[in-house]
Design a protein around this ligand. Structure first.
Ligand SMILES: Cc1cc2nc3c(=O)[nH]c(=O)nc-3n(C[C@H](O)[C@H](O)[C@H](O)COP(=O)(O)OP(=O)(O)OC[C@H]3O[C@@H](n4cnc5c(N)ncnc54)[C@H](O)[C@@H]3O)c2cc1C
Length: 500
């Protein structure tokens, strides 16, 4: 039995704690925040409740695996509901497209909304994405990153390489398969699920809409937050100790090996294994003493582009909106302008900015647990935003900026047909700077490093660090961000540590 210290009680830290405790290790989880969950957060006021981070679960099988491996079915712990329709899109020309929650019905819905033949084009793209999924799931997503060995696993056959087309971007793939520009916009949006730019992210990200459509979009009744609580409870049931309000100041390294952690206030917790669920950039910059062993990782991190962040409005509304879908996306006229502004490229070269005319995502669960009465709604509104970077980019703490931008987002929504300005009880604004303060993700980047560039997936920090005994879990490490991949990272780390 090893003594394991887990830094961070986000989705990654909690999942690995549950798995390692179930394997018989003595696990202590430490989080600087007052509550568990990290980005999977919850805000409640006057009976209005909001998930402040994730609003969509995909690949629930990965959470089923986690619960099965740690003592009992997921469905006993949370109430998963399949969302149908999955998303109601509105394109810049006003065309609506409601994407069914069942993959078999999607081509017909696309045809009906965008014209005959478009559904077939989408189905052909999804067939290619299914093949990409087959090729990459086991050797890449479910396996530790291991440099040349990973590349060799991925390049087993020329046919597999041609399927994944590592030289191609997501935008390039969309252009090859989809003739309707609205459908290409829809595909582009999936680059943002890993905080990336579709013009630079790899084509293999087409697997993101594939898994969403093939395995469904899911909601957790009572809020996704319940998933974090359920994993934390599972970890505790298996014997893990969870300490909130406890910041880790340093990962201790002795004789070249991880030896424990030092907490703010000086307490030292000795451990045989340390698993960091904190942002990988923060781990390598602040928590770990700089050494020759970690120089390569720090160089890779410096070469990577940080993922985008998000600007969030939590809207407490009077009244109900007839026909409102669970998830709504309102697209702008110029999607490329959004990525230029967020990443400070193209026309915004060197100067990232809040997006002037952003894509707006609204999540409005029809769930009594989220509202004070039947005549109210609680909306989570998210737009892509540049990370918080007072030194060279956007200073989200600049006086007045957050409120001015919130007003702009509400105006954009009104122009695109969702005007809630006269139904507003109150609005809470959460900027990338708030996300950084709450979760210590550097700049409030949602997914650590982005997938921009063909090599990005290989520059992402590996789960086994160069320091023996120190492992990385969570969205800023391999295989990437989002709840399903974070669950996979926990499975990989538990496999690397092994049973007691
Ligand atoms: C607005 C938003 C919307 C999103 N939407 C979705 C979605 O719809 N679907 C989806 O699948 N994913 C979504 N995501 C992404 C998803 O939330 C993340 O990928 C996932 O929750 C990351 O989990 P994590 O454990 O890696 O990191 P975190 O949740 O960031 O956890 C890290 C934890 O470490 C703690 N910590 C950091 N440093 C220290 C320290 N020094 N000492 C102690 N504790 C420390 C932090 O307090 C935090 O609790 C969204 C994220 C955001 C922000």
């Amino acid at each position: 039995m090893a003594r394991v210290a887990v830094v961070g009680a986000g989705s990654g830290g909690l999942a690995v704690a549950a798995r390692l405790a179930a394997l018989g290790h003595a696990v202590t989880v430490l989080d600087q925040a007052p509550e568990v969950g990290g980005k999977l957060g919850w805000y409640v006021r006057d009976g209005h409740g909001f998930d402040t981070g994730p609003s969509l679960v995909t690949l629930p099988q990965l959470y089923r695996d986690l619960f099965a491996a740690t003592g009992g079915p997921l469905e006993d712990a949370v109430d998963l509901v399949r969302v149908d329709p999955a998303v109601a899109y509105r394109f810049a020309d006003g065309t609506p497209l409601s994407v069914p929650g069942d993959a078999a019905r999607i081509p017909a819905a696309v045809d009906a909304a965008l014209g005959s033949g478009t559904g077939t084009q989408w189905a052909a793209l999804m067939a290619r994405a299914a093949a990409m999924w087959q090729v990459t799931e086991q050797p890449f997503l479910r396996s530790p990153l291991a440099g040349a060995a990973t590349l060799a696993r991925l390049a087993r056959s020329a046919a597999d390489v041609a399927t994944v087309a590592p030289w191609r971007t997501l935008r390039g793939l969309g252009t090859a398969y989809l003739r309707d520009p609205r459908l290409r916009t829809l595909l582009d949006r999936y680059a943002t699920y890993s905080g990336s730019d579709p013009r630079r992210a790899p084509a293999v990200l087409a697997t993101v809409p594939y898994v969403e459509q093939a395995f469904g979009s899911w909601y957790v009744r009572g809020g996704l937050r319940r998933l974090a609580e359920a994993v934390a409870q599972r970890a505790v049931e298996r014997g893990a100790v969870v300490r909130t309000g406890t910041a880790v100041e340093r990962v201790l390294v002795e004789g070249g090996r991880a030896a424990g952690v030092r907490l703010a206030g000086g307490e030292v917790l000795r451990a045989d294994v340390v698993v960091s669920g904190a942002d990988a950039a923060a781990l390598y910059a602040d928590l770990l003493p700089a050494s020759r062993a970690t120089r390569g990782v720090r160089r890779d991190l410096a070469r990577s582009t940080a993922s985008l962040s998000g600007f969030v409005l939590l809207l407490a509304l009077r009244g109900r909106t007839p026909g409102l879908a669970h998830h709504t996306v309102l697209f702008p006229e110029d999607y490329d302008a959004e990525f230029d502004a967020v990443f400070g490229i193209g026309r915004h070269r060197g100067a990232p900015q809040p997006v002037a005319d952003p894509t707006v995502y609204v999540s409005a669960p029809d769930d009594p647990a989220t509202r004070p009465d039947a005549d109210s709604e609680s909306w989570f509104v998210l737009v892509n935003a540049p990370r918080h970077d007072p030194d060279g980019g956007v200073d989200w703490d600049a006086p007045g900026l957050a409120d001015r931008y919130a007003t702009r987002v509400l105006d954009v929504m009104a122009r695109r047909g969702l005007d809630v300005r006269n139904r507003l009880r109150w609005c809470v604004v959460r900027t990338p700077a708030d996300l950084e303060r709450d979760t210590r993700s550097v700049g409030g980047s949602i997914y650590g490093t982005s997938s921009n560039g063909a090599r990005a997936a290989f520059l992402r920090p590996a789960n086994a660090s160069p320091v023996p005994g120190l492992f990385l879990v969570g969205g800023s490490a391999h295989p990437g961000g989002g709840l399903p991949l974070v669950a996979l990272s926990a499975e990989i780390v538990a496999g690397l540590v092994g049973p007691a």
